[in-house]
Design a protein around this ligand. Structure first.
Ligand code: GLU
Ligand code: MG
Length: 437
């Protein structure tokens, strides 16, 4: 059959969906300069393809401006067309960054962090997802059989990620039914979130090519575990020297890391609407699901909001490079750009305000009474997206991190999404989200 190779210009929007437009590959040089047209109101397309109230209406024009350093070209060598897409910023017609471009919001947050303490982020998103096969594999948590049944999937995915320039580290049969996890090595600054998009889209592409379907929905069935997105973070200076670790600091944290963590804990109630942004995300953020339910920093604790991760190195220099903290209250309904921007702003605020190191917990906070929790400065994370949005909107500080009008736009967007699922029972809601993520 005749065919002309197409390249897709991609953005990750407020709904955490990868959207955009394509053009013939022969025009690549031209399109790297001119980009493709885009519509402001597209920012209000929800994950269910409803259009939320938009201040732009039918007016205005924008550009999808491709980043030549973020071009993905993966030939699966299966006879089908390669996956080709380029990650973009959204700009106005005169080339200025658009206020509501998620990738630009992340760049702004990273610049603030740099200004606050000279740090550049090194980080990696760890993704869990579930496959839908014809014959579900039962009782195979971490099982060799469960893994072997999807070995071809794992090997294809790892090859695809490598071919896209990432550094795949592990692939495993996770605990949940048909649940898998893929991890990659750290990237730098905005590449951290670019890599998360690449992982999600190549996972979906691998599944499609093998006749399967992959879902990153926050939770597929509330009687099971959720699909977490865990964000690993460390910091380096301009020479690439690690800034995260101090052997004499609490839990091994440098003062910078400690204040960053304190900022995240302080503002978690108001940022979680941006990192766990679906109606069902809050079914996952409950105790004993190894996600996160309280505003705590835990030492090697998989129920903590922020986890100080273990290291295997013995040499101090290597420890300093390995040392990282992990944010666990994120899921793939969030654009990785927006989720990371929110976390980085919260951490940078903590650094700017020189917040003291949080207490490090090594206990099950769900066993404490509400009085005990509040006496010790802990709060339960919001229990619904509505509560999370209210908390965000009540924080002038958090709304102030984003351009004027952003909080209103995001809230209207999420209200339209919530209205779409309002009359569904919980299993219908889960099915709706599985259908979109
Ligand atoms: N599935 C858990 C989550 O929702 C994470 C389990 C793990 O620690 O890998 O975050
Ligand atoms: Mg996991």
């Amino acid at each position: 059959m005749i065919s002309n190779s197409l390249i897709f210009l991609a953005i990750s929007d407020l709904a955490g969906k990868t959207r955009g437009k394509s053009f013939p590959a022969v025009d690549l040089d031209k399109r790297l300069k001119t980009g493709l047209g885009w519509t402001p109101t597209n920012v209000q397309i929800t994950c269910f393809d409803t259009i939320a109230t938009s201040p732009f209406g039918a007016l205005g024009d924008l550009i999808l401006q491709p980043d030549a350093n973020a071009e993905i070209h993966v030939d699966f060598e299966d006879g089908a067309a390669p996956e080709r897409f380029i990650l973009c910023d959204i700009t106005s017609l005169d080339g200025k960054p658009w206020n509501f471009c998620t990738r630009t919001l992340l760049k702004t947050a990273l610049a603030r962090l740099k200004l606050a303490c000279g740090a550049t982020l090194l980080g990696a998103f760890e993704h869990e997802f579930q496959l839908a096969g014809e014959h579900p594999t039962l009782n195979e948590a971490y099982g060799l059989t469960g893994f072997s049944q999807r070995r071809t999937f794992g090997e294809t995915l790892v090859a695809a990620l490598k071919s896209a320039g990432l550094a795949p580290e592990t692939f495993m049969k996770e605990y949940g039914q048909e649940q898998f996890e893929v991890t990659i090595g750290p990237e730098r600054a905005v590449d951290v979130a670019d890599a998360a998009i690449i992982v999600r889209e190549l996972t979906r592409a691998t599944a499609r090519r093998l006749g399967e379907k992959a879902t990153f929905t926050p939770i597929r069935d509330v009687s099971g575990v959720g699909n977490g997105v865990h964000v690993h973070m460390s910091f380096v200076d301009d020479r690439g020297e690690p800034l995260t670790y101090d052997p004499n600091g609490p839990g091994g944290m440098s003062a910078l890391t400690a204040s960053f963590a304190a900022g995240v804990l302080k503002y978690i109630g108001a940022i979680v609407a941006l990192t766990a942004p679906s109606a069902i995300s809050y079914q996952r953020l409950t105790p004993h699901r190894w996600s996160a339910a309280f505003n705590n920093l835990g030492l090697r604790d998989r129920e903590a909001l922020l986890r100080i991760c273990p290291f295997t190195a013995t040499d101090e220099k290597d420890i300093a490079r390995q040392f990282n903290i992990e944010y666990r209250a994120a899921d793939a309904a969030a654009s990785p750009y927006l989720a990371l921007a929110a976390i980085i702003h919260a951490g940078a605020q903590g650094i700017e305000d020189a917040l003291p190191a949080p207490t490090i917990t090594e206990e099950d906070l769900s066993l404490l009474t509400p009085e005990e929790l509040s006496a010790r400065g802990y709060t339960r994370l919001p229990r619904s997206l509505e509560e999370a949005l209210d908390t965000m909107n009540a924080s002038e500080t958090v709304c102030g991190w984003f351009p004027e009008g952003f909080a209103e736009l995001y809230t209207a967007h999420k209200q339209s999404e919530l209205a779409f699922v309002a009359d569904l029972d919980i299993s219908q809601k889960c099915a709706a989200y599985e259908g979109t993520y």
